[in-house]
Design a protein around this ligand. Sequence first.
Ligand SMILES: C[S@@+](CC[C@H](N)C(=O)[O-])C[C@H]1O[C@@H](n2cnc3c(N)ncnc32)[C@H](O)[C@@H]1O
Length: 261
Amino acid sequence: MYSRDFYVSGSISADFTYKDNAELYNKVEDIPGEREMLIQGSKHLLDYAKRVGRKISILDVCCGTELILDFLSSDFKNRLESFVGVDISQKYLDDAKKRIGSDPRFELVNHDAVLFRHPRKFDVIIASSAYHHIEDERKPDFLNNIFNHLKDDGIVVFMENIIPKYSNRVERDSAAIEFYAKRIVDCIDNHEIKDERISLLSRVMQYERDREYEWKSHYSLFTKHLAAADLEVISVKKVWPKEKIFSDNNVGDFVFLVKKK
Ligand SMILES: C[S@@+](CC[C@H](N)C(=O)[O-])C[C@H]1O[C@@H](n2cnc3c(N)ncnc32)[C@H](O)[C@@H]1O
């Protein structure tokens, strides 16, 4: 077993990655916080479907392997009219297809979620660990695209890892390093996680430092971007960490319920 110092150093092989590797991706998502975001997100979907009292349409942007389907009850699935999942990785979509089977209500599209256009608007848009995978300069277009695909009375469920506040590139590096170093220590010390998920979390941190594949934001920047896209936050729930491991309470894993302004 590697020492804790090894894991927090970020010095791991670039070849060992969850990017486009569905098996490793599903594994690294199986940690406290990531699971709770999907659980909380699926509750919002059920609540919305019950509230509107009709079958609903869903667009899932950056849907990946469609892990959220594991958290949706049969009660919810009975309330589903149609479900479109969009992702840029065909390998992830192939894995998503295994979760969906032959259910004709589902459509998976291999496309850039910023440029994707669909002729209809949706009741619910899921953006689970999606915004932080879009390059900074394209984030406004991504959010505008979400707005344009949302019905006027629809909701968006954002699930996001929010890093400490930063005001420049160097501080952003430090923020991402603090976020992942503490996350790794929490996994090892408080949740007995000692397998390859630790190396995969180091890989996430390294992507942030390399400015490749992962571009996380701090809380006020994310909410500012939402407001600029005419999206209003209805509720926010922080699901990780439960303990105070960051000095700023607005750091961790969050589920944002959002509507059109
Ligand atoms: C962290 S995963 C989230 C997957 C899934 N939503 C979940 O919560 O498990 C991020 C996903 O974004 C996808 N992605 C990255 N850039 C994208 C883009 N420009 N358009 C569509 N998908 C993108 C990746 O392929 C990956 O599946």
